[in-house]
Design a binder for this molecule. Structure first.
Ligand code: HEC
Length: 138
């Protein structure tokens, strides 16, 4: 099932790479044009912004990488202050699909919900394409 999705996305990528424009972003080798990135931004606003911030500033923008008063860490930023860009694309797609909690210290983190039931991998890729346009901003 997962492999079938990847195959589909890969095939899609070949078609897209052929007609990609400047300003495109690629996720797992698939490139996304500005229109698709705008779709990703909409999905992000709908599903992710409540925790990660409207512009990827994180749940606690004043100190995005520090715990809150309860000692728990919130949703990390997706902009240049975070480390989202250090993860490989396939890992990110799986992480958003399956959700997760820090394995080392689960009690220290708010959980990241799983979106696999609501968002197919293609839509997650659109969101990641959008996130990639903001994660280098400082
Ligand atoms: C209910 C709040 C919440 C929502 C909604 C949410 N997240 Fe998260 N997310 C978190 C938390 C909390 C973590 C940190 C979990 C941990 O490290 O244990 C996290 C972690 C992540 C990470 C890995 C951390 C990193 O930067 O390396 C990614 C990627 C991510 N979220 C993407 C998304 C995307 C994409 C969406 C929308 C589809 C989304 N999240 C919606 C709370 C949320």
């Amino acid at each position: 099932m997962k492999i079938a999705w990847l195959g589909l996305i890969g095939l899609f990528g070949f078609v897209l790479v052929g007609c990609s424009q400047s300003g495109s972003v690629s996720v797992s080798g698939v490139s996304f044009d500005t229109e698709q990135i705008a779709q990703g931004q909409q999905l992000y606003a709908q599903y992710c912004a409540s925790c990660h911030g409207a512009n990827g500033e994180g749940q606690f923008p004043a100190a995005p990488l520090l715990p809150d008063q309860t000692g728990q860490f919130g949703a990390p930023p997706h902009n240049g202050n975070g480390h989202t860009s250090h993860h490989p694309d396939d890992w990110l797609i799986r992480y958003v699909s399956e959700g997760g909690v820090s394995l080392r210290n689960p009690e220290l983190y708010y959980p990241m919900p799983a979106f696999g039931d609501q968002l197919p991998d293609e839509q997650i890729s659109l969101i990641l394409a959008y996130i990639k346009t903001i994660w280098n901003k400082r």
